[in-house]
Ligand binder design. Structure first.
Ligand SMILES: [Zn+2]
Length: 288
């Protein structure tokens, strides 16, 4: 059964570790993440961007796939299926209707008043379905699935207004970017501490791929309890496919079998990347 994110993130905040949100794109992706997290007894959040939802067919297809895999693979760790960067109230509701127990409403491009109003509407709907809600203030830099932004630091008053809507977790943008950083990241660690304390919410770090490990550790200590990882798994996958093709394995015997193309290197690369993150975030053996 799918869980919401409330308990695992509050536990993470208290225990000073972070739960990874690993964005998925297809069945192999989902299976690789679930298997790795089960092996390491780590609670997990599966992220789906609106682009990925469209790609995989829709919310119902994804709920069916994730729930089916959980049953067949005998997954016992808490699994949260989460809409990443929901762009409208309507889409958040649609995800919840299809069975999602967690959504992000990304109103970061709106003014704070409008962001608060719409976030509140999502929270009210989510509460009726025991679903958790993530909101965003400030803007994460870079481009994620067409959601483009320059870095814009969240302010304390914005964090307090959005926290008052009753959200579960807060993405307060403090210098991270989607994809790779150009130059060295300048994260607002002091603000993280202040905002985490003031809102009493687990903070969410978007763009976890481009941040050096020592800064991730520092961010967790400062209150980040959910870290989103997307780009690095994509790169690990692409590298595995590239190696397979460059070794011309697709031209040997029955090497054109898609299960071999994906299963030989790319699948293991994805699992290794997730395992590394679980260790870095301190989530190993945290599934209860
Ligand atoms: Zn993001």
């Amino acid at each position: 059964m799918l869980s919401n994110a409330k308990k695992i993130l509050n536990d993470a905040k208290k225990g000073k570790y972070a739960v990874g949100q690993y964005n998925i794109n297809n069945l192999e992706w989902t299976k690789a993440v679930l298997e790795t997290c089960q092996e390491m007894k780590a609670p997990v959040i599966l992220g789906t961007s609106e682009g990925a939802v469209k790609y995989m067919g829709g919310f119902h297809a994804i709920v069916g796939m994730v729930e089916g895999l959980m049953k067949d693979l005998k997954i016992t760790i808490p699994v949260v299926l989460h809409l990443d960067h929901g762009q409208s109230v309507e889409n958040c509701k649609k995800a919840i209707d299809a069975g999602y127990k967690s959504v992000m409403f990304d109103g970061s491009s709106l003014n704070i008043k409008e962001n608060v109003l719409k976030t509140k509407e999502v929270v009210e709907y989510a509460n009726k379905h025991q679903a958790s809600v993530e909101a965003e203030v400030g803007t994460v830099g870079g481009n994620e699935d067409g959601v483009v932004g320059g870095i814009n630091y969240a302010s304390l008053s914005e964090c307090e207004s959005i926290a008052a809507t009753g959200i579960t977790m807060l993405a307060a943008s403090l210098g991270s970017v989607h994809g790779h950083y150009v130059g060295k990241p300048k994260l607002g660690f002091k603000e993280m501490e202040i905002y985490a304390k003031a809102t009493n919410l687990p903070l969410v770090l978007h763009g976890g791929s481009g941040i050096p490990n020592e800064q991730i550790t520092k961010a967790i200590a400062a209150g980040e309890a959910k870290i989103n990882v997307n780009t690095e798994i994509q790169e690990a996958f692409a590298k595995g496919i590239r190696r397979y093709i460059e070794e011309k394995l697709d031209q040997k015997g029955m090497g054109y079998d898609p299960r071999k193309i994906i299963g030989t290197y790319a699948y293991k690369n994805m699992k290794d990347t997730v395992a590394e993150k679980i260790t870095l975030f301190g989530t190993k053996n945290k599934a209860k």
